[in-house]
Design a protein. Structure first.
Length: 74
């Protein structure tokens, strides 16, 4: 339940609007991942074997939970 006093309400709203995941993935983007192979403006994720559609197409700014840092890309 939101507080009713104006100063408490303002602090409550600031907390509520804060995104705890903001910038969370900056260090784990495809651009710095060892599975990422750049192909022009896009890239391919080689984390797993290709499917009938080939390797997944990703942007360098994408990310996923399988990210593995390639120290040569940072
Ligand atoms: S999709 Fe995941 S595993 Fe694939 S290149 Fe991007 S971060 Fe790495």
């Amino acid at each position: 339940m939101a507080p009713t006093r104006p100063e408490e309400y303002q602090a409550y709203k600031e907390l509520e609007n804060r995104d705890p995941w903001k910038h969370r993935t900056q260090g784990t983007s495809c651009a710095t991942c060892m599975w990422f192979v750049e192909k022009g403006k896009l890239g391919r994720c080689r984390r797993h074997a290709p499917t009938m559609s080939g390797y997944p197409v990703v942007y360098s700014t994408d990310w996923c939970g399988d990210h593995k840092l390639d120290e040569t890309k940072v």
